[in-house]
Write a protein that binds this ligand. Sequence first.
Ligand code: HEC
Ligand code: HEC
Length: 192
Amino acid sequence: MMREAFFVALLCGLSALPVAGETARGQALEAWARIYEVVSHPRCANCHTGPSDRPMWSGPSYRETRPHGMNIRAGESRIGAETLPCRTCHITTETGGNAAAHMAPQVADAWRLAPVEAHWFGQTSAYICTRLRDPDLNGGRTAGEIADHLGHDVILHWAWAPGGGREPAPYDLERHIADIRIWGDAGQPCPE
Ligand code: HEC
Ligand code: HEC
């Protein structure tokens, strides 16, 4: 009896091996689908506008999707140094200042546009995925390093608690970091 049970367990274990790899990949693609919901959300994508140096105003609280009002340009500096600096309105404050609707969001870091390579606004899931896993396009980071970076980024804390009637990014920071790790541990698979 004992021996039969042992062989049954052994056979099940062996046949489970390839299945386990498939499961990890399936779970990683599910994790990626959630990651995409986050990175394509207005609270993230409005700053991740790629080659355009214009931040976007989008999401239900803005009613219509359009470039940032007042002809704001981030320039090559990404902080508007060439024209009107972001910090003129998006003041850096430890406490944040996002209570009132339609006020400029303020966080405990210099408000600025994301790097050109981190191009997410209006892009597909596959496009963002293949960019985010490419060290040449993601600031030279492994998935683990992206997860660590996200844990320290105070702009993200704002994105999940934006105030002023804005819709927060979906899920939460902990879920997002866990998803980046699940995706990374399975080799960063991307949808077709
Ligand atoms: C003259 C003031 C002013 C300057 C300068 C300015 N902004 Fe803004 N920004 C605002 C205001 C006001 C809002 C909110 C508008 C609203 O909610 O209707 C805003 C909103 C935003 C949003 C949308 C945030 C969200 O809700 O998703 C982004 C992104 C943004 N600004 C980026 C920038 C960047 C990057 C710069 C510098 C290149 C900059 N802004 C410079 C006033 C400014
Ligand atoms: C106020 C503008 C702004 C908002 C809003 C914003 N980001 Fe960013 N993001 C940046 C900037 C600036 C960098 C570059 C900072 C750095 O590398 O240290 C960056 C870099 C990143 C990176 C590193 C990847 C790369 O290719 O450089 C990730 C990942 C990221 N952001 C995720 C997010 C997520 C997720 C959200 C929403 C929950 C978000 N960001 C919202 C400005 C923003």
